[in-house]
Design a protein around this ligand. Sequence first.
Ligand SMILES: [Zn+2]
Length: 416
Amino acid sequence: MMTDDVLEMMKTGVQALSILTIIPIVAFALWLDYFDRKVDAQLTVNEFNLEASLRTLHVAFLWTFMLEILLFAAARPIRIHYPFYTLTLFLGAIAVHALIMLRADKKLRSAIPSSEAHRGIAGRAALWISAAVFGHLTLLSLFIVPGYYSLQLASTKPVIGLLAIFASLVGGLCAGFLFTFSVAPLLIRKVFQPKELTTGPAFDIIQECFKRAHVKAIAVMIIDEPDKRRYQATIAGLSFMPGPLAPSLFISQGLIDMTSERQLRAIILHEVSHLALKHFRSRLIYGAGIIAATLCILAIALGLAVAYLPPFFVGIVQITSIVAILVLPIRLMKQQILLQEFQADEYATFKLSAGLEAMESALTLVSKLNEIPLAIRAGAHPSTNERIAVLTAIENQLNKVHTIDEDKNSDIKRAA
Ligand SMILES: [Zn+2]
């Protein structure tokens, strides 16, 4: 039984902890204010360096973030009596911390003048990411609550309890990914209000691409914004979803207007290659796989920490595990998307015969129209230079094989 004295002490502890949690956030915000003024001064004398400033910002963020984690580790007695409160408090603090950092990061990047088109892309990306993260986190929290109660079960029935935690975390994270993938077409329809394309020369080219790749034709939606031009084509949606969640090809009117027939065909063949190679399905399977794998590794790390480390460090391992579970799968997914872009380029160019020249000119044109420098990666996509370099290397390889074959043939002819 807890005596009144201990209870009173705990209550004071909770209050103290709540205040202490805010301190690293305030410290970071105050430092940012000073840093902002420094950046302004640098901008006026033209000595601003984006790379260096970003590095300074990230280092400052990491230091104050570490303070937060140390605090969580040190608050062990309170954590034991008020586990749900302390966990919510710290996850909230980490979220606020990250938000402040992201805003500062965005502000720094926009400090150097960039084109309207580029800012448009940044805005769209922000919308996508925030919507996806929100859905993701909502679903995750639905699964984390049973997971938390399983944690208490784990103290009496460890095996069942741990399995329940594992299942609820994998379930929550997978549900998050599934959610993000499924709502993508709906989100695009809501944000850009595209119109379906059903006739015309562009429609005919697109239908021919579906046929060439032997994939089922999907709805073609034209995005035409009155005040802004975008030059994009993308497929969103999972094949087994119905109605407005079904996969669609979204293409901007600007892209159709500005490309030649060959360039448009190359672009659409790239998109269609994603379908032919079943990239969306493998993204889901891979996503679930890395989530399960990440959790396994973290569970082992946590188990080892509990067994061999003093309680203070166990807290650190705990909180870093939670952050890692949220961050690692997304990072790994990005890497897979990057790989799939190269695969789709290769498939479209060589298997579906878009041709290197057409693909190269299409990629370069799209970059130029969107005012994205050829060497810069946009989102999870490789840079245009990287894509062209990979395709050229493949073409050279193919030519080499071809030349060897021809040499052999001529040798045979000579011998004959
Ligand atoms: Zn692609």
